[in-house]
Each structure stands twice: as C-alpha cells, then as structure tokens.
Design a protein around this ligand. Sequence first.
Ligand SMILES: C[S@@+](CC[C@H](N)C(=O)[O-])C[C@H]1O[C@@H](n2cnc3c(N)ncnc32)[C@H](O)[C@@H]1O
Length: 244
Amino acid sequence: MSNSTIIQDVLKGVCTEEDVSDAFFELANTPVVMFRLPNKARTLQIHQDSQVQKQHTGGIVWETSVLLLNFLLLSNVNVGKTVLELGAGCGLLGLGLALANDSVHVTVTDTAQVVAQVHKNVTMNQLHQDSRITVCALDWTQYQEDAVISSVAAHSFDTLVATDVLFSPELVQPLLETMQYFAKPDACMYLCVQIRCAKSHALFLQRLGEFGWRSSDVTDELRAIPECQWGPWMGCQLFQLTRI
Ligand SMILES: C[S@@+](CC[C@H](N)C(=O)[O-])C[C@H]1O[C@@H](n2cnc3c(N)ncnc32)[C@H](O)[C@@H]1O
C-alpha cells in the first residue's frame, strides 16, 4: 500500500456499494490522501491519523466529506463569500472549498483536540499564509465562549457545511444552536450524512424548525454528477437547509 493516494483515482470505476466500501477502507488506511481540485493544477493533501480521536473519529476523511466537496465543486454551487465548516475532522471539505474558490473565506472548525490536525494539514499544504482560511476550535457545547476566543462573529456566514455530524442525540441541540448562532438570516447550509445513529438523525430533522431552518432532501441531485453517484449506494443523504 502506498503512503499517499489520490482519492479520485481510488474511486474511479467503482460500480457497487462493496467497491466503494473497499475504496474507503483503502483510503482510511493511507497516512496521506490527496484530492485533485477540478480546474486547478494542484492537489490538496490531507494527513490522516486514526489515533487523534477514537470517539466520533475526526482523524480520517469520511465518505460524506468527499461526496459533499465533489458536489459543491462540480455542480458549481454559489457558496457566497463566507463559509463555516462544523465538525471538520481532517479539514478536507473546508480546505478544498477555499482552494477551489478564490473569492471565499472559509472558517474550518472542530473541537480543540481535532482542530490541531487541521492546522497540520494547513501547514502541509502551505496554506498558513492564506488569509482566506481560518482554522479554530468551535465546540458545539461551548460555541459562544469559543467564538469569543477565536473572534468569530455571530450571524456572519453565508453558507454552513457539515458532514457526518449526527451521531449523538445529546449533541443535536448544541449543534442546532451553533448553526443558528453563526448563520446569516439568509444563510444556506449543506449537510451530508450517512445514518449512523437513527435517533440523532430523526431528532435533528424534527427539531430543525425550532432553530429557524427548513430542510430539503436533495440526495437525488447527487445522481446527476458522475463523481457523486456512489453516494446514494452508500446510503449517503444530502440536505440543503435554508432559513425560515
Ligand atoms: C464522523 S466525524 C466527521 C468528520 C468530517 N466532517 C468528515 O466527514 O470527514 C465527526 C466530527 O464531529 C466532531 N465533533 C464531535 N463532537 C463535537 C463537538 N461537540 N463540537 C464540534 N465538533 C464535534 C468530531 O471531532 C469529528 O471530527
């Protein structure tokens, strides 16, 4: 097995759920994975470390982050000028969005423990001088304190993105509060998930309205993009959330 692998090459030609599972098993066991940015002569390198956090592991790139990054880049979604990624893990999605869009400022966040890994990936890709990228701790259970420490303003983001963040019923309300706090009044959010915890998934969708969001299941839009067709085979769902 090589020490670094281009994600798109590993996924090329997959035709069944088993192929996709095998591809992500290979990727999860590769220390550095790379994502080739469409229309850019560069790849993003992502260091993975499964030891970073054993619970809800943010140490590896999850399927849904590859899927949502492909979707946002290949369907040319306009993410506005300010993007917030919640529960970023290794940072593939947020860093990929920043690198692909010259006019976007992306704030990539996770718990303090995990965000150290995003800093490492920023350095590995020589992005530490890029003023369009902010990496900071933003724990959903203490988002107001973390926002003050990192100078992240309330209601300042055009688009929020998150992948595989519905795994614990106790974290559903903190996540919804965090989303409400940072979104602009006309913000949009893209959430891509696999159902890992049915209770959390149902609770999140059921309580969205209380926090000023409505959801639309746009999973079918994945089928129109060849690089995203494997998502629905894996049970991945894509939601577009808008403010009520
Ligand atoms: C399954 S991982 C998904 C990581 C990444 N989004 C991906 O798809 O590759 C879930 C992420 O949620 C983060 N997380 C868990 N609890 C959190 C909290 N209280 N506040 C912020 N992030 C949290 C974890 O650190 C982890 O990175």
